[in-house]
Ligand binder design. Structure first.
Ligand code: CO
Length: 481
């Protein structure tokens, strides 16, 4: 979920995708079918949870585990060619094993069943750039030490890390299903509820009883922004549903949290190779942001690197060439427990923000690129609502339904951003007056859709990274993006 700036504030990975990749459907700028993971397994790193969690890991555990899984399958195909008898003998064993590991489609197998050990796959571990090592050492002995120690403690906590990795694995498995099944002709409500039902099933938490939603669930309203709608669109009940078209570019942005540790990750899909270089530009820019980020790195340096890469791309749409522009009024952001937008923001264009990233912090590194103006205006309707930072524990407003609704929001979402669909599945009825009353009293903050100019196209890629002492963990990394 992108962080909005004020208008005047301005706020390993091995591949560098070729803008010319062609395919009928792509997620992450790559044609469908090029990914080994899209073999119906639906499970990244699904090796039963043998990953260790040592700081001296050399990285890519989740990806290695998948590669191992694929290698096992490829290996057995190879040996089957060599000996038919062998193939016959081996088949039942293989079948048994893979069915025990398999995520269903739609995803409904709780993650706990796929990882009986309870240990979830480690994200991609990236070393910090050597240029920053000296300053890192200095910070640790500097004035910020006690603050750092406190944060360090949280990300070094095995339970916290495992919760974070679980949320990330749920994200990977659900998005894998999205990438394999979403097609033009489907409605945005169908896609959104498909994602949300999948997340809840894999977490083993329906989120219907008071307090359940705070244990684990959706991190924010599922974003399904099309074309010139850059961000913050989710289908609302009672509104005319939108049907996905073949020409559409769709940003899929959803969050998963476990005990308040939110994974915020997004990708873009298109069904027409025309947009491949737009998707490739934004994916490259996001990966550049991830590569540049680190302990003691200035935010202005991350922004500059992102902008340079993004602006090196152009996209030809129906005979006209457009430069890919970074969107100026959206930002990457830090993430706090139960709070999707912390205090720090990472714009995608040159700025003078001297603030540094710090050890123990969690960041959503995301970028948006567009063929439009590179600035957004608010669109119609509301995407979601979040408690204002100054919201009181209890309210006593003249409207009784507002007070009742407030209690429901506190119990089920706390400071997590939610949407009207989430209220309705809890059984809330005739809540609109109460909702508007909480907004007009400054207790709830509304988030509106953000639009570039009509006719333009925009894309988004986003990962959540943990700035741990020894390395940055790209917790939401998969073999898709
Ligand atoms: Co975000």
């Amino acid at each position: 979920m992108g962080s909005k700036t004020l208008e005047d504030e301005r706020h390993m990975y091995q591949d560098r995708d070729s803008p010319s990749t062609a395919g009928s459907k792509s997620a992450g700028g790559e044609p469908r079918g090029t990914h080994l993971s899209r073999d119906g397994d639906g499970c990244v790193g699904g090796d039963g949870g043998s990953n260790d969690d040592d700081d001296d890991d050399d990285g890519d555990d989740a990806i290695d585990a998948t590669t191992a899984l694929i290698a096992a399958v490829v290996g057995s195909v190879g040996s089957a060619n060599a000996s038919k008898q062998k193939k016959k003998r081996k088949r039942p064993k293989r079948k048994q094993r893979s069915s025990a590991l398999k995520q269903s489609s739609p995803p409904r197998v709780p993650l706990g069943d796929l990882f009986p050990s309870g240990d979830y796959p480690v994200g991609q571990l990236l070393p910090y750039g050597s240029a920053f090592d000296d300053t890192t050492a200095r910070t640790r002995h500097g004035a910020a030490e006690s603050r750092n120690d406190r944060r360090q403690h949280r990300l070094n906590d095995a339970t916290v890390l495992n919760d974070y990795r679980k949320a990330a694995e749920v994200h990977r498995q659900v998005r894998n299903w999205v990438q394999q099944t979403v097609q033009p002709g489907q409605t945005l409500t169908g896609i959104a509820t498909g994602i949300e039902d999948g997340v809840r099933a894999l977490l083993g938490n329906a989120g219907l009883d008071p307090g359940q939603g705070l244990q684990a669930g959706l991190g924010f309203p599922t974003g399904l922004a099309l074309n010139h709608c850059v961000a913050h669109y989710t289908p609302n009940p009672g509104h005319k549903d939108v049907v996905l078209q073949r020409q559409d570019v769709i940003k899929v942005d959803f969050g998963v949290h476990v005990n308040g540790w939110i994974v915020d990750s997004a990708f873009t899909m298109s069904f027409d190779p025309t947009y491949d270089s737009l998707l490739a530009a934004v994916k490259d820019a996001t990966n550049t942001g991830i590569k540049t980020a680190g302990i003691d790195v200035r935010i202005s340096d991350v922004s500059a690197a992102i902008q340079e890469v993004m602006e090196s791309y152009e996209v030809e749409i129906r005979g006209k060439v457009f430069p890919v522009k970074p969107v100026r009024d959206l930002c990457g952001h830090d993430i706090k427990p139960y709070r999707i937008h912390g205090e720090k923001t990472i714009p995608f264009t040159k700025n003078s923000i001297q603030t540094k990233m710090e050890e123990g912090e969690v960041f959503a590194i995301e970028t948006f690129g567009t063929t439009g103006r590179g600035r957004t205006v608010e669109g119609d309707g509301i995407y979601g609502y979040g408690l204002s930072p100054h919201a009181p524990k209890q309210v006593s407003l003249p409207l009784t339904s507002a007070n009742r609704l407030y209690k429901t929001i506190r119990e089920n979402f706390g400071t997590l951003v939610f949407c009207r669909r989430y209220l309705e599945r809890l059984g809330c009825e005739r809540y609109l007056a109460g909702l508007n009353c909480l907004v007009s009293n400054g207790i709830l903050e509304p988030h509106r859709p953000l639009m570039d100019i009509p006719g333009s196209y925009s894309a988004q890629f986003e990962h959540t990274i943990l700035l741990r002492e020894s390395s940055k963990e790209v917790i939401s990394r998969g073999d898709d993006y």
